[in-house]
Design a protein around this ligand. Structure first.
Ligand code: PRE
Length: 251
């Protein structure tokens, strides 16, 4: 086993969350190329043989099925949106067993998907319909996977915090005290820095680049909205995962 049990620290977890911001901001920019394209999500608009759901659900399920067969979900950092996926048919890499085993079942993707489709998406895409439904669903899917990965990284953040001060966490876990746990692991200053940084990333990554003139003040995705997506959904849902993780940490 070449992986160390202690490869993750709160510093390495935070460094990864910073890097994942790049993927999420670019994912938002890519999705914002298309208007809302609501027929993508509307079940009444498709009749796919042997499938009950929207075009988006169909692409999500089929893509996750091929990814499951080829080993994507063997990595404990990855959590699928689809239930009952086929098993992997490829040789497995020996991923580290850093997380507590009873926490593998934690998966809040249904909640993430609902928040994304109903609340987040309308904030950063234009209204309209250009017919590019399959392309739209593909960009939703890669963005949703990046967001899910980021949010479920809360498992790793929680484990590093638990290992750093088990005596502080144990009584709250025994009491199943959600609010107490939330208070103990929250670091407001870190959250505020993230909200500022993703706003800046949206300005840098989403600017119009011209070979000769000054940088324009028009952005491909609204930087204030990117910050709000983190503030209202991405960080709070990461904290939901952290609480769920800690509640099961002594099982
Ligand atoms: O960096 C941490 O300490 C985390 O637990 C991650 C995170 C986040 O979602 O970014 C969540 C809770 C903390 O209040 C700060 C940040």
């Amino acid at each position: 086993d070449i992986m160390s049990e202690n490869e993750y620290t709160i510093e390495s977890v935070r460094a990864s969350l910073v890097r994942q911001e790049d993927t999420i901001v670019f994912g938002l920019i890519e999705r914002a190329r298309f208007p809302i394209n609501s027929p993508t999500y509307n079940q009444l608009n498709v009749s796919i043989p042997n499938f009950n759901g929207s075009l988006f659900d169909f692409i999500l399920n089929q893509t996750e099925a091929i990814q499951a067969k080829t080993g994507r979900y063997i990595n404990p950092e990855e959590n699928p949106y689809t239930e009952n996926l086929p098993p992997s048919v490829v040789p497995h890499y020996n991923f580290s067993k850093f997380l507590h085993p009873t926490t593998a079942v934690i998966n809040i993707n249904e909640r993430i998907k609902k928040a994304y489709l109903n609340e987040m998406l309308p904030l950063f895409v234009a209204s309209g319909d250009d017919g590019n439904y399959a392309q739209t669903a593909a960009s939703d899917l890669s963005l949703l996977q990046a967001i899910s990965r980021r949010i479920h990284y809360g498992k790793l953040a929680a484990e590093t915090k638990f290992r750093a001060s088990p005596r502080e966490y144990e009584p709250l876990i025994h009491a199943q005290d959600r609010e107490g746990l939330m208070k103990l692991f929250t670091v407001k200053s870190v959250e505020e820095i993230i909200q500022k940084r993703v706003r800046k990333k949206a300005m840098v990554f989403g600017q119009e680049v011209s070979h000769d003139s000054e940088v324009s003040r028009k952005y491909k995705v609204d930087p204030t909205i990117v910050s709000r997506l983190y503030q209202n959904w991405i960080i709070p849902l990461t904290k939901v995962v952290e609480v769920e993780y800690l509640l099961r940490r002594l099982d």
